[in-house]
Design a protein around this ligand. Structure first.
Ligand code: BJ8
Length: 383
C-alpha cells in the first residue's frame, strides 16, 4: 500500500523549515541573540550553542545567485561554492544577512579561498581543519576549537563555561539520536516512507535555529511513521538505493526525485545532511570535553580527508544495515575531492560489497533532468 504520493503535512512542515526560519532568525536577532552562520558539517556547533547563539546553515543550494558569483569567481568552480558566495554578495540569504559571524573551515581548496572573499561582507572566522585524522591532526583541531571559543568570548563579550558546553553537547546529541531513530526506520523492508520525505526532515532540521526543539519534533514524526507502519501503511517493495557523494539539498534534490520517479526508494543518505553528519555522538562524560568534541568532528568521513577510511566504514555499514540494492553517487561539477575519490568508492561498492554503483555528475541547473532520469532509470531497471 502506498503511504505517500504527496508529502503529508508532517513532512511538509519540515520541508518548509528553511522559509519558516527566516522569520525566526529575525525575531531572535531583534531580541539580541547572536546569530552564527555555517556552511559545513565540521562546524562544532556546540561551542556557539554554549554561549546562547542561534546557529543556522547558510544558503548554498540554488543556482539563483550563481551568475552574480561568476562576476567575481571562476565559472568552473563547484556550484555550492559559487552559490554560497552569490547569496552573500547579493544579500539574498536572510540567514547570511542576519548573521553576526560566519564560520568556515579549511576543507576543500575552492571553499577555503572563497571564505577569504566572504570577509568583505561579514566577519568570518576560519577554522584550520587538518586534512588527516591523526594524533597530531586531533591536537590541532582541538586547539582550533578552543581558539574558536576564545574568539566568541572576545567578540561577544561573554564567558563560555565548560558546563554550558557540556549542556550544548547533550542537546545536540539528543537531536542526533532522534534523527538517527527516524532514518533507521528505513531499515524496514518495504520502506515506511519515501527518501524525499525522510530528506525533508534531515535537511529541514539544519535550518532550525533552536536545536533543543529537534528531539521532540523528530521523535513525534518517528512515532507516527512507526504507528502507521504497524497499521500496514508502507511503500510497495522497490529497489533500495543508498545515496552518497557531495551534500544534497535544494536544487540537487532532483537526484532523489529522479531515483524515486524511476521506481527506486532512497533508504539511506551517506552524504552530509544524512548519516555523515549525524552518525557519531560526542562522548558526554569525557574528562576533556574539548577533545571529545574534536574527536567527534574530526572523524567525519569527508573526501577532504586523506586517506578517508571513515567514509568507507560508514558506507559499508549502511549498505549492510539497509539491505541496499544499489549505490548512487552524486558529484557536483568541479568538486575534485569527491570526483577523485569516486574511483575508490566504486571499487569498494562493486568489489567488496558486490553491489551496483553509478555516479552522476551534476550542477544546480535543472537542464540535465532528462539525462538524469534516463541514466538512473536504466540503473534501477538492472537491479
Ligand atoms: S564535511 S562534504 S559540508 S566539506 S562539493 S564545497 S567539497 S568542491 S561541501 Fe562539504 Fe563539509 Fe565535506 Fe560535508 Fe568543496 Fe566539493 Fe564543493 Fe564541497
Amino acid at each position: 500500500m502506498e503511504l505517500i504520493k504527496e508529502l503529508p503535512d508532517v513532512f511538509e512542515e519540515f520541508a518548509e523549515q528553511r522559509q519558516k526560519s527566516f522569520l525566526a532568525i529575525k525575531e531572535l536577532k531583534d531580541r539580541g541573540v547572536p546569530v552564527v552562520g555555517t556552511f559545513c558539517t565540521y562546524f562544532p556547533v556546540e561551542i556557539a550553542m554554549a554561549m546562547g547563539a542561534a546557529t543556522v546553515s547558510l544558503c548554498s543550494t540554488s543556482d539563483e545567485t550563481i551568475p552574480a558569483a561568476e562576476k567575481d569567481l571562476p565559472k568552473n568552480l563547484c556550484p555550492l561554492i559559487k552559490s554560497s558566495y552569490g547569496f552573500a554578495a547579493t544579500k539574498k540569504c536572510p540567514f547570511f544577512y542576519f548573521s553576526d559571524l560566519v564560520v568556515g573551515e579549511t576543507t576543500c581548496d575552492g571553499k577555503k579561498k572563497m571564505y577569504e572573499y566572504l570577509g568583505q561582507f561579514k566577519d568570518v572566522f576560519t577554522m584550520e581543519l587538518p586534512n588527516r585524522q591523526t594524533k597530531d591532526g586531533l591536537t590541532l583541531w582541538k586547539n582550533e576549537i578552543i581558539r574558536f571559543k576564545e574568539y566568541l568570548e572576545q567578540k561577544f563579550h561573554v564567558a563560555i563555561t565548560e558546563e554550558q558546553i557540556r549542556n550544548a553537547v547533550k542537546i545536540q546529541n539528543e537531536g542526533r539520536v532522534a534523527l538517527k531513530r527516524l532514518y533507521e526506520l528505513m531499515r524496514l523492508d518495504p520502506a515506511p516512507m519515501t527518501g524525499q520525505e525522510l530528506f525533508s526532515v534531515l535537511y529541514g532540521s539544519t535550518f532550525k535555529p533552536d536545536r533543543s526543539k529537534i528531539p521532540g519534533e523528530v521523535n513525534a514524526i518517528a512515532d507516527r511513521v512507526e504507528k502507521e507502519y504497524a497499521e500496514g501503511k508502507m511503500l510497495e517493495k522497490k529497489p533500495r538505493i543508498l545515496v552518497t557523494g557531495c551534500p544534497i539539498g535544494g536544487a540537487t534534490e532532483k537526484v532523489i526525485k529522479a531515483i524515486e520517479d524511476n521506481g527506486g526508494v532512497v533508504v539511506t543518505f551517506e552524504n552530509c545532511g544524512g548519516a555523515k553528519s549525524v552518525d557519531r555522538l560526542v562522548e558526554e562524560d569525557a574528562e576533556d570535553i574539548y577533545e571529545a568534541i574534536a574527536k567527534r568532528y574530526l572523524s567525519i568521513g569527508c573526501s577532504v580527508m586523506t586517506p578517508n577510511p571513515n567514509r568507507i566504514e560508514l558506507l559499508g555499514r549502511l549498505i549492510d544495515e539497509y539491505q541496499v540494492d544499489g549505490v548512487v553517487e552524486m558529484i557536483l561539477q568541479a568538486c575534485h575531492t569527491y570526483n577523485v575519490e569516486s574511483l575508490g568508492i566504486r571499487r569498494f561498492v562493486n568489489d567488496e560489497k558486490h553491489k551496483p554503483y553509478i555516479s552522476v555528475e551534476t550542477d544546480y541547473s535543472q537542464a540535465d533532468i532528462g539525462q538524469l532520469n534516463t541514466r538512473i532509470a536504466a540503473f534501477i531497471e538492472m537491479l
